[in-house]
Design a binder for this molecule. Structure first.
Ligand code: PLP
Length: 394
């Protein structure tokens, strides 16, 4: 058997599997693990969206193949969202494509645009499909530090991006993603203005992943890179309904912006998929076009959890900076456990406090020294976790 699978061999062992195996083992021993490990929304999808799915599912023809680039109505709804939220105009035929979640879109775009020898600039730490989508596609990754002396520093990060663009002609694209998973860092429009200038100057594409566009807590709606004049010359942006409407399992996302990149993604997707199930796309259209009160409720739920977590963990002896957006808390390992590193600390926390978190190392080597805590347990469970952690730290 010729079982040398070159692409698979490029992927490192899956760090989460060690943590997941331990979780399964402890749960099988009847331990009640409070699980902040994965960014998997636990709230129900709002009722009117579920109802739309139910209403559509009995319509004739909906079981047939759908449209790989997404149904017209859904692309129109996404155009309306960009207009009302960012004042950005999009051509629904050339500048918008529906994806089966943004993860799929990012991975397929990587396949579509990567040529041999291409380099990609990617933040480290980062959501894994950013580097690994391109690693699978055969690109070489240049991981860029975003945290300096324990803090996000967007100026140093930009200087680093420019230094790399200047010296390396094989860079095809730079990936940015703010609010960030895992670090919850945010940027303002000026960051994108500078980045777009650089990308145009050095003829490099920008892939922006705006998964947490609606999960923000301080009256600070995150900007879109497409708000920058000329951004469409170089940039494509991914958004998703997974977090905004608690629809992670439904698998609906979008790529919008630069026509060349949208065309490339549309072409590759026309070969590899038929689009999401039509009733799901119809319900997703209802989500974007309907009342946005549910989004405010989801935002407030995350905010409340964030506040309870930061407050109760601090009382337990674990001081953590308060994130301004995203559904994550990026927590420095408490001093007395720093030496253990994030993997050993995460395991120790699970064994001794029944609390599961994601080790920072799972998101890149610059994630070491931190763990990511997902706001995916309710406030009662967060308070219980804080009690367990207090005992453990004492
Ligand atoms: C930054 C980021 N991008 C993309 C995704 C995946 O989104 P989707 O469900 O649309 O594939 C996630 C999920 O956690 C994420 O954090």
């Amino acid at each position: 058997m010729k079982s040398k699978f070159e692409r698979i061999n490029r992927l490192p062992p899956y760090i989460f599997s060690e943590i997941n195996n331990l979780k399964f083992k402890l749960r099988s021993q009847k331990k009640d693990i409070i699980d902040f490990g994965m960014g998997n929304p636990d709230m129900p999808t709002p009722n009117h969206i579920r109802q739309k799915l139910k209403d559509t599912i009995d319509k004739p023809g909906v079981g047939r193949y759908s449209v790989s680039k997404g149904i017209n109505g859904l692309r129109k709804a996404q155009a309306k969202y960009y207009k009302r939220r960012f004042d950005v105009n999009l051509d629904i035929n050339k500048e918008i494509i529906v994806t089966i979640g943004s993860k799929e879109g990012l991975a397929n775009l990587a396949q579509a645009i990567t040529s041999k020898g291409d380099k990609i600039l990617c933040p480290d730490p980062s959501y894994p499909v950013h580097p690994y989508g391109f690693t699978i596609a055969g690109a070489k990754l240049t991981p860029l530090k975003t945290i300096y002396n324990g803090k996000f520093n967007s100026e140093k990060y930009l200087i680093n991006i420019e230094k790399n663009m200047k010296k390396n002609f094989s860079i095809k694209a730079v990936i940015v993603s703010f609010p960030s998973n895992p670090t919850a860092q945010i940027v303002d429009l000026d960051f994108y203005k500078d980045l777009v200038k650089l990308a145009i100057k050095y003829e490099i594409y920008i892939l922006s992943d705006l998964a947490y566009s609606e999960i923000y807590f301080e009256n600070n709606p995150p900007p879109s890179i497409l708000e920058v004049n000329d951004a469409k010359k170089v940039a494509v942006e991914f958004t998703t309904l997974s977090k905004t409407y608690a629809m992670a399992g439904w698998r609906i996302g979008f790529a919008v912006g630069n026509k060349t990149l949208i065309e490339a993604l549309t072409k590759i997707k026309s070969y590899v998929d038929y689009g999401a199930f039509t009733p799901v796309q119809v319900a997703a259209t209802a989500a974007l076009n309907g009342s946005q009160q549910c989004v405010e409720e989801i935002r407030q739920t995350y905010k409340k959890r964030r506040d309870v977590l930061i407050e109760t963990f601090a009382r337990a002896g674990w001081e953590i900076p308060k994130p301004k957006a995203s559904m994550f808390v990026w927590a420095p390992i408490p001093d007395k456990f720093k030496k253990l590193g994030s993997m050993k600390f995460a395991k120790k926390l699970m064994i001794n406090a029944d609390v599961a978190v994601a080790p920072g190392l799972a998101f890149g080597k610059n994630g070491e020294g931190f763990v990511r805590i997902g706001l995916v347990e309710n406030t009662q469970r967060i308070r219980q976790a804080a009690k367990n952690i207090k005992k453990f730290l004492d």
